[in-house]
Design a protein around this ligand. Structure first.
Ligand code: GLC
Length: 444
């Protein structure tokens, strides 16, 4: 068993211990008091429970850059002067409650939480703040867009996350803070005030998603103090690792990569090549690619945070709606193979990928081979198999080298990925080296 491998049972055991520790503050066996580190781990497991179960979230990049529709880095990448760029705030006036549409789509897609940009690198605050006039309430929009978002997410029963960029291209101290201590102090005060406002004015917030810490390190940002404040104001929140502290989870970007040691991770990804609305970027991923990514995240114990970049009026680009709707249709039938799954060891196939819940292996066939699906090196005995889309039983034969699922339709029964649930006698393990070494060889 790999060191980063935690079974669902182990995880639930830990959760049980976590509950015991947090309620009693003494050790589980009632002897020595628990160490602060144990307490901290227990607290983290409790705070992260819903997130681990959720698996799939919606990221939303929305701000002044949406008006230009040329990627959220347009200000920097086109070298726009601050004063010129600031004029966009006079145009940015989305339709009321646009976020309701996002939240409805997220729920339909099977996403359980949302994370919206409250301030991106451009420095525009989507929330009401006492620190600057450069915020939604004091510009053309004339209202608090973070509040609308929070209300929309809650109305659909989704958890609420705030993205917040520490890097700021507009604030006069945003770059010079690295060399000038007085500037650093002013800037850190500005940023901490935003975070305090966000953590105070919107009720319970579930995720704080920091971004880009340039040009300071954790000391410069006073990140310890920042997180302490956050947890004081929102004791149940979870925070990511982008304020240069480890936080509760890691954030591989545009790639799927598991963390070692059982550490929580979330892969964030765009559907085309841009986070913010980019009107002419047509490099869309297919629903099949998105579903395969979601499967890979679930297989390796991570979450998938999939982005939309709404237009300046708040409407969602049609292609994103189509993709997420297709993902949602698939999740309606196949969600049990994604949510609350365990890390899954089997991974070798050229036409299928795998997830696991306890002893049940889900084979996700993305290039349908026809009437037989074969899995090499499954070293755990299969007891039964079912086609998830239809509930139909699947015949199979198994020897020590191969599981053959037979009598299947010639054409893929589900679209774009067909899932077969294989109930095994114990935790499914695959060993392809065993096959390579031990299969009977013929005489030459
Ligand atoms: C990067 C980009 C940013 C985007 C973020 C999402 O840090 O700078 O534009 O918001 O990734 O993970």
């Amino acid at each position: 068993m790999k060191p980063n491998h935690m079974s669902r049972r182990d995880y639930l055991k830990l959760l049980g211990a976590a509950a015991a520790v947090s309620s009693s503050a003494v050790s589980i066996d009632g002897e020595a008091p628990t160490s602060p580190a144990t307490q901290q781990n227990a607290d983290r497991l409790n705070r992260m429970r819903w997130w681990r179960e959720a698996g799939f979230g919606m990221f939303i990049h929305w701000g002044l850059y949406s008006v230009l529709g040329r990627h959220e880095w347009v200000m920097e990448n086109e070298g726009a002067p601050v004063a010129e760029y600031a004029l966009l705030a006079k145009q940015f006036n989305p339709k009321p409650n646009a976020a309701r549409e996002w939240a409805k789509l997220a729920r339909r897609a099977g996403q359980k939480y949302m994370v919206m940009t409250t301030k991106h690198h451009e420095g525009f605050c989507m929330f009401d703040t006492r620190t600057t006039g450069f915020c939604a309430t004091k510009q053309a929009a004339g209202r608090d867009l973070v509040k609308e978002y929070v209300d929309a997410a809650r109305a659909e029963g989704l958890r609420v996350g705030f993205y917040y960029s520490l890097m700021d291209w507009r604030h006069p101290d945003g770059a010079r803070c690295a060399e000038d201590e007085a500037a650093r102090k002013r800037f850190v005060e500005y940023i901490h005030t935003h975070i305090r406002e966000l953590m105070t004015n919107y009720g319970k917030i579930d995720v704080l998603w920091y971004d880009v810490a340039w040009p300071l390190d954790a000391r410069g940002w006073e990140s310890e103090k920042m997180n302490e404040m956050v947890f004081r104001l929102q004791p149940e929140i979870i925070v990511n690792n982008r304020n240069k502290l480890p936080g509760d989870f890691s954030t591989p970007e545009q790639r799927i990569q598991a963390e070692d040691g059982g550490r929580a991770w979330e892969s964030c990804m765009t559907m085309n090549g841009s986070w913010g609305y980019h009107r002419s970027d047509d490099d869309w991923k297919t629903p099949k690619t998105i579903i395969r990514n979601l499967i890979s995240c679930a297989r390796d114990g991570g979450n998938y945070l999939l982005n939309i970049g709404p237009r300046p009026d708040g409407s969602i680009p049609g292609e994103s709606v189509r993709i997420l709707s297709a993902v949602g249709q698939w999740m309606d039938k196949n969600g049990q193979s994604i949510y609350t799954t365990d890390r899954c060891q089997p991974r070798h196939s050229d036409y299928a990928s795998f997830t696991r819940k306890g002893n049940r292996l889900y084979a996700h066939v993305y290039f349908w081979p026809g009437s037989t699906v074969a899995i090499a090196g499954l070293r755990t005995r299969a007891k039964s198999a079912t086609l998830l889309a239809t509930g139909r039983n699947v015949e199979f034969t198994q020897d020590e080298f191969r599981l053959r699922l037979t009598g299947l339709p010639e054409k893929a029964p589900d679209d774009p990925v067909t899932t077969i649930a294989v109930e095994c006698e114990s935790e499914p393990r695959q060993d392809n080296i065993f096959v390579r070494k031990e299969r009977k060889r013929a005489q030459v």
